[in-house]
Design a protein around this ligand. Structure first.
Ligand code: TXA
Ligand code: MG
Length: 327
């Protein structure tokens, strides 16, 4: 990395101890962190993001050894996932230990925990020593940041401390698995797939059930640019974008292959047909398209298959969250 000095890490850890916010890189997206044991600091996260107060946050830990301080009970299957995938892009929702703040859990009896792999996040957690509560470092409902510049775009001087760890390696938020009443449940798809989890622990329920906790990332409107965005069936993408451009409206396309019929009025971004690279670039592309002056963003529907599941999920939410117009 090289961009973050030991002095910056030490200063950021001091700021956390003083109840201030610190934005920091993880391998998924940038987080907006606060001391998870300091309710006033945690409340500041909600204020700065504009996030509804009872939406729970993920607590980031330095290593698996800190688990007992936060979870009062760790099912065998959860332990196996933690041992296999931590540090890494996996969040476990577990019964909370005594003393875990209501401001972090939204008053629920569970807490979301994750050990991130990004070296800057690791250094910050080691220097701080405690849990860091951190949602993605974006205003509520908007596109998550995957580089330090995006965080500054979101918050400017409101969040003066942004540790710049470069681009996030993965680019999509962590996979979330909840353990309740003996059932493992996938609450949010991510780089670690349902198949990988099932291979390790057996059956996995998919999606939030009626009685399950609130997951704001799972409300339909999320991860949204401000330009209207719609998903177009793959084989119609050239014709639909050209038709809009003919009508004189600037249109931008996010595709996974080059255009078969390039049109001068269409800004065409080819994000490639490899899911990991597509995911890595997705939020940066959405920001670019949002700023391109296009009146409409059309997204070519992505291929089927598990490697694309998290991407498909975020695109659906971006479409639900953006202002809709029929193409
Ligand atoms: O990759 C990530 O997970 C990033 C980085 C910064 O670690 N963080 C992130 O945080 O995406 P956020 O707040 O944007 O999304 C966290 C998700 C939310 O959908 C939240 O509702 C869910 O985790 N969550 C947190 N605590 C929960 C709980 N006790 N039960 C169910 N869901 C919970
Ligand atoms: Mg978020």
């Amino acid at each position: 990395m090289g961009r973050v000095t030991p002095a910056q890490i030490a200063a950021a850890a001091r700021a956390l101890r003083a109840g201030e916010l610190v934005a920091f890189p993880t391998e998924t997206v940038y987080g907006l962190g606060a001391d998870a044991r300091n309710p006033a600091a945690v409340r500041r996260i909600f204020a700065v993001k504009g996030r509804p107060a009872r939406h729970p946050l993920i607590v980031h830990l330095a290593d698996i050894g800190q688990l007992p301080a936060w979870a009062r009970e760790v099912p065998e299957a959860a332990r196996r996932l933690a041992e296999r995938f931590w540090p890494g892009p996996l969040t476990l929702v577990l019964p909370r230990a005594a003393g875990v703040e209501d401001s972090v859990t939204g008053g629920q009896d569970t807490v979301a925990l994750r050990v991130p792999a990004n070296p800057v996040a690791q250094q910050l957690l080691a220097a701080f020593g405690g849990g860091i509560a951190a949602p993605s470092a974006n205003r509520y409902g908007r596109v998550s940041p995957t580089c330090a510049e995006h965080v500054r775009e979101e918050f400017g001087e409101t969040v003066p401390i942004v540790l710049d760890g470069g681009e996030c390696a993965i680019g999509l938020e962590s996979t979330i698995v909840a353990f309740q009443d003996g059932v493992a449940r996938l609450l949010r798809p991510g780089r670690i797939t349902a198949g990988e989890i099932t291979a390790l622990i057996g059956p996995l329920a998919i999606g939030a059930d009626a009685g399950s906790p609130r997951v704001p990332g799972s409300t339909p409107a999320h991860y949204a640019p401000s330009t209207p965005l719609s998903i177009v069936p793959s084989e119609q993408i050239e014709a639909r974008s050209a038709a809009l451009a003919h009508g004189g409206r600037p249109v931008a396309v996010l595709a996974w292959r080059p255009s078969a019929a390039p049109h001068p009025g269409v800004l065409w971004i080819d994000a490639g047909a490899r899911a990991p690279q597509y995911a890595h670039d997705l939020y940066a592309h959405l920001r670019t398209l949002d700023k391109s002056g296009a009146e409409r963003i059309l997204v070519q529907d992505v291929p089927d298959g598990e490697a694309w599941a998290a991407i498909r999920d975020r695109l659906r939410r971006a479409a639900a969250g953006a202002k809709q117009e029929t193409p």
